[in-house]
Design a protein around this ligand. Structure first.
Ligand code: COI
Length: 367
């Protein structure tokens, strides 16, 4: 049947942030602290499904203290970006894929899926309305943050019968301050992120809260991010606190990529998928294969592993320079500085975002 385009009602903010203040914020945007003038909301009920999609002022919510999402964590989210182009339009990166992943996460948490057409319509309306908030510059973008959570007030243990979808946006620079710095990572000795059959592949709020303690420990050891090992053998490298990992074997024309396979305990990163495709476009071999912590250490010592980098919407492509392992073991990756393969992929990704390289995979949604 024919699909009708979902409509989002537009109620602009009566007192948006003054242009001078906005320009100050865009000059040095902190991560996720200062939001744009607007947000989109939509509601779900069993009778009406998704309804009441509205763009309005970014403002506090009215929420029952008994909302299920607060108590039992029935809440999923996404993260993706819009990039300003030289023609002053914004290219949103892979919104349809983020809509699909949000629904995969919702399904795991027994929450209703949001029609991807509504998701993308919300993105278009918000980016259009807050276009002045999309920063200029290669390392700047507008971060889009949808969240879908249970707002029904009831504390019985069953999926809620009322949900709220919100789409927020904030201008951002680089997650780690600078992409020209290689980060240090630390293996968690005590904690695990995900177990087989658990929620590791879902982007649910609890996965992130569950990583804070280990992330704090890693920070206490002087690291930027925690490294998660698999829960069963405590041997296989899965991902970092909020991003996927790639290992580079060999150098120059011979460089190959290895990244852990999506076995259900790893977040299926859209940037991960993007880099697999871009590396393929560059003629590089990419293998999805398990990497053990011992392989990582020994590969670096023998020079087989020449680079390691993290990737995610927030982190983009960030080299890992040093690893704090278990039992006091530490090692350096390559010479400890950002490597050429990470640099090449990062530059290629940025040029796809900017529309300077042909978008052969049709990832960019220009608004
Ligand atoms: C992202 O890479 O954007 C994420 O969602 C991870 C984290 C910063 C929440």
């Amino acid at each position: 049947g024919g699909t009708t385009r979902p409509t989002v009602a537009v109620r602009p903010h009566p007192r948006p942030v003054p242009a001078g203040r906005r320009r100050e914020l865009l000059a040095a945007p902190p991560f996720g602290e200062v939001f744009t003038d607007h947000m989109v909301t939509a509601r779900w009920s069993p009778e009406e499904g998704w309804h009441e999609a509205v763009l309005g002022p970014f403002a506090p919510l009215e929420l029952s203290p008994a909302a299920v999402g607060l108590h039992y964590g029935q809440s999923v989210f996404e993260g993706f970006k819009a990039h300003r182009r030289s023609d002053d339009r914004a290219a949103v990166f892979r919104p349809w894929d983020h809509a699909r992943r949000l629904n995969a996460s919702a399904r795991r948490m027994a929450a209703p899926p949001l029609p991807p057409e509504l998701f993308v319509a919300a993105v278009e309306v918000l980016v259009r309305q807050d276009m002045d908030w999309v920063p200029e510059g290669d390392d700047r973008s507008l971060y889009l943050r949808p969240v879908l959570f249970a707002d029904e007030p009831h504390l019985a243990l069953r999926p809620a019968r009322s949900y709220l979808f919100l789409l927020l946006a904030f201008p951002t620079g680089n997650f780690f301050g600078s992409e020209s710095r290689a980060v240090t990572v630390a293996v968690s000795e005590e904690y695990v992120r995900a177990t087989p059959g658990g929620t590791g592949a879902a982007k649910c709020g609890g996965n992130y809260a569950g990583s804070y303690l280990a992330q704090e420990e890693a920070a206490g050891r002087g690291a930027d991010q925690v490294v998660w090992l698999d829960a069963v053998e405590r041997r296989w490298v899965e991902e970092l606190g909020g991003m996927n990992l790639f290992f580079v074997h060999g150098e120059g024309e011979r460089a190959e990529l290895v990244t852990p396979p999506l076995t259900g305990t790893i977040l299926p990163g859209v940037t991960r998928d993007t880099l697999i495709a871009l590396a393929g476009d560059l003629g590089m071999r990419v293998t999805e294969a398990p990497v053990s912590l011992d392989d990582w250490r020994d590969g670096c010592a023998a020079g087989r592993i020449t680079e390691v980098f993290a990737c995610g919407t927030a982190a983009r492509v960030t080299s890992v320079g040093r690893v704090l392992g278990r039992d006091g073991e530490e090692w350096t990756v390559g010479d400890g500085a950002p490597g050429p393969v990470a640099g090449r992929l990062s530059a290629l990704l940025a040029s796809v975002h900017r529309g300077e390289t042909a978008d052969r995979h049709e990832w960019c949604h220009v608004v």
